[in-house]
Design a protein around this ligand. Sequence first.
Ligand code: SF4
Length: 260
Amino acid sequence: MIWVSYTQLKLFEQCPKAYKYRYVEKLPSKVKPVLLMANSVHAALKDFFLIADTEQRTKPVLEDLLRKAWRSSSDRKKAFKTTLEEKTYGEKAIAMLGSFFDKHDIKAKPAALEEFYKVPYDANITLCGKVDRIDTSADGSLIIIDYKTGKPPADKDEFLNTDYQLGMYGILVRKKMLTKIEKIMYIYLENYQELSLSPTVEYLENVYDKVINAAKVILAEKEFLPKPGSFCRICDFTDQCDCAKTAPVKQVPEPEEVPF
Ligand code: SF4
């Protein structure tokens, strides 16, 4: 029996052996500055939208919520090598939230915040995932939001053609709440950008088939072979996996001459 989230499917796609370390042997992920920053930003935004009186939702309040989440992270001491490094990440997080505050409707009243959804497929497979936020539009349909602290894709159309994370959120919410979904969107917090789609029933069914087939492949997997490649550079299990030592090193092109 497996529970399958988008993160699990993605890791299996990237490298079955890394998946095995994480979800079969249940080894912990590495503590990384970027992860601590992302978790703190998400926690701050959740607490911010829990403030019922929208007049109390100010930029200093949002920044303080970030500091509170940051302080209470148990990995904080391990995550940063120096105070300067922590400061750099902290300032980046503050800038993201500042941009969000300036450009987003901060008076929104979400219907759900960081809710965990699970949808059983059969006795062996259950789809699951945590959805950052769900808003309700005027006609009662839903807007599903996922915050991203990474960079937006260069080619948005091409990205949306292959992405299935938004669709997976749509499936989880639709099967639970049985309400029409108006829009599913990523909000890229660095320089605030929205990327969204309006899912048709056909789109969600296609994603559902894709996800269930991928889950069946994982369920039947026995070998979990390594897939050395560029992902090894950011893999959490380089200490355990011999392939990390022989993985190709990313070639950095020679810098171009300056035009002056
Ligand atoms: S180091 Fe590379 S091959 Fe080994 S588990 Fe990680 S991603 Fe897979």
